[in-house]
Design a protein around this ligand. Structure first.
Ligand code: HEC
Ligand code: HEC
Length: 321
C-alpha cells in the first residue's frame, strides 16, 4: 500500500479536534493575503472592445467581468468547458472558469486547479462548504466568494468541474527570480502590482508575485503568467526543507510525489503560485484550514517559521509543474 494511504488512514484514525493555534496572534504575511484598499472600484466600461495577443476574440470590460459567462480568449488551448465552469450553477454559483481561468492556471489571489486530482477538488469544496476550510484573512473577498460558490454549487456541478480541471495539463506559469530588491508594490484587484511611478525597495522576508503583463492579466488573458521575486538563498533553503525536512519538518515527496507533481489524491505543489502556497501553509498552521485531510499536514507545518514557509513556496513555485 503506498505510504500516503497508510499515512491518510493513520491520521484520520487519530485526528484530534482542532485546538487553539499558537500562531493565531501573529500578524499575517500581508503580501500573501493581498487585500484591496477600501473603496477601490474597477474602471467603468468605456465600451471599447479589448484584444490580447494570439486571440481572434474581442470583449468589452463588462463582458470580461461577467461571472456567469466567462471570457475565453484562447478556446483552442483547452477542451470545451462544462456548464458550471463557463456559465455557473443552477443555484447561482459563479462560473469556476472566471476566477480559475478556462485553462485552470489560476491567479495569485485564487489557486491553480489544472491537473489536481478530481477527488481532491471535490474534498476541498466539501471542506469549504462545511466551514472547516477558511482563510485566515476574513477580509479576502476572493476567498469569501469561493466559500459562497462552495455553498451554492450542487454536487453534480462540483463533480463535472472537478473532472474538467483534473483533465487539464498544468503549464509553466510563474517565473521565479531571486533578488535583494523588488519593485515597490500596492494592492489592486486583490493582487500586488507595481506603484507608479516605478520605485524599488528591499525584498525582506517576502515573496512579491506580480503579473508579467498587468494589462493582459487585468483582461483575464489565460496565457499571460506571473513573476515571483524571492529572497536570495531561498531556493536552496527551500530545496533542503522539501527534500529532507532539514530537521524541522517531514520530507514532502512521500505524500506529494517525489517530483511534487501530486500522488494519488494528494495535490501537486510544483509550479503553483507561491502566494497561494504560503496562504495554505499559514492557514493549516493556524487551523483556519482544518478539513478532513488536513491532519496529515499538521505535523508538517507545526515547526515552520516565516522564513521556512517563504523558502518552501519559492522552491516549489520554481519547479516545472
Ligand atoms: C469568485 C472567484 C472564484 C470562483 C468563481 C471559484 N473559485 Fe475556487 N477558489 C477561489 C479562491 C480565491 C481560492 C483560494 C482561496 C485561498 O486562497 O484560500 C479558491 C480555491 C479553490 C480550490 C482549492 C484548490 C486547492 O489546491 O486546494 C478548489 C478545489 C476550488 N477553488 C474549486 C472551485 C470550483 C470547482 C469552482 C466552481 C464550481 C470554483 N472554485 C469557483 C475563487 C473562486
Ligand atoms: C503525510 C503526508 C504529507 C506530507 C509528508 C506532506 N503533505 Fe502536504 N498535504 C497532504 C495532504 C493530505 C494535503 C491536503 C490537506 C487538506 O485537504 O487540507 C496536503 C496539502 C498541502 C498543501 C496545500 C495544497 C493545496 O493545493 O491547497 C501544501 C501547500 C502542502 N501540503 C505542502 C507540503 C509541504 C511543503 C510538505 C513538506 C515540507 C508537505 N506538504 C508534506 C499530505 C502531506
Amino acid at each position: 500500500m503506498p505510504s500516503w494511504k497508510a499515512a491518510l488512514a493513520l491520521a484520520l484514525a487519530t485526528a484530534a479536534l482542532p485546538t487553539e493555534s499558537p500562531f493565531a496572534e501573529e500578524p499575517l504575511p500581508a503580501w500573501a493575503y493581498a487585500v484591496n484598499p477600501p473603496g477601490m472600484k474597477p474602471s467603468p466600461d468605456d465600451g471599447v472592445v479589448r484584444r490580447v495577443p494570439g486571440s481572434e476574440r474581442g470583449y468589452t470590460l463588462t463582458q470580461i467581468r461577467d461571472l456567469y459567462n466567462v471570457p475565453d480568449w484562447h478556446p483552442g488551448d483547452h477542451p470545451s468547458m462544462p456548464g458550471s465552469v463557463v456559465r455557473g450553477g443552477a443555484k447561482g454559483a459563479f462560473a469556476c472558469g472566471f476566477c480559475h481561468l478556462p485553462n485552470g492556471q489560476g491567479r495569485p489571489e485564487n489557486a491553480s486547479l489544472a491537473g489536481l486530482p478530481a477527488s481532491y477538488i471535490i474534498q476541498q469544496v466539501a471542506d469549504l462548504k462545511a466551514g472547516t476550510r477558511r482563510s485566515s484573512e476574513p477580509k479576502s473577498l476572493p476567498a469569501n466568494l469561493m466559500t459562497a460558490v462552495a455553498n451554492a454549487a450542487t454536487e453534480a456541478e462540483v463533480r463535472e468541474a472537478a473532472v474538467y480541471f483534473a483533465g487539464l495539463r498544468p503549464r509553466s506559469w510563474i517565473r521565479v527570480v531571486e533578488t535583494p530588491t523588488v519593485p515597490q508594490t500596492k494592492v489592486a484587484g486583490w493582487m500586488l502590482v507595481a506603484v507608479e511611478p516605478a520605485a524599488t525597495e528591499a525584498i525582506g522576508m517576502r515573496i512579491i508575485e506580480m503579473p508579467e503583463n498587468l494589462e493582459r492579466t487585468e483582461l483575464r488573458d489565460s496565457t499571460s503568467g506571473f513573476i515571483a521575486y524571492v529572497p536570495p538563498g531561498s531556493l536552496h533553503r527551500g530545496k533542503e526543507l522539501v527534500t529532507s525536512g532539514a530537521g524541522k519538518t517531514n520530507a514532502c515527496g512521500v505524500c506529494h510525489g517525489q517530483d511534487l507533481r501530486g500522488l494519488g489524491p494528494i495535490p501537486a505543489l510544483a509550479g503553483r503560485s507561491p502566494s497561494y502556497i504560503v496562504r495554505q501553509l499559514v492557514d493549516l498552521q493556524r487551523g483556519a484550514r482544518a478539513g478532513a485531510w488536513s491532519p496529515l499536514m499538521k505535523g508538517v507545518v507545526a515547526g515552520l517559521k516565516d522564513e521556512d514557509i517563504v523558502a518552501i513556496a519559492a522552491y516549489t513555485a520554481s519547479l516545472a509543474p
